[in-house]
Design a protein. Sequence first.
Length: 91
Amino acid sequence: MLLYFSSYIAVMSIIAFLMYGADKMLAMKQKWRISEALLLLIALVGGSMGALLGMIVFRHKTHHLKFQIGVPVILLLQVVAVGYVWYLLNY
């Protein structure tokens, strides 16, 4: 089960990272963009690590308060939730 969960988180993080990179490229070319709601949603459903890395690497959405605060808070909540579930399953 841990392997499936880890794989899911890895895939979602890669997708999030690529989406943030793609949105930055689209922004630079002044093309149609990925919605902010979708970028936050991908973080919420497990891609928060990739979203945060995408924000840092691509310097994208770093001036938007909902991303500055939202993505790290989502990541923190996900880490706490995983730790809590792991604790319950092992004790």
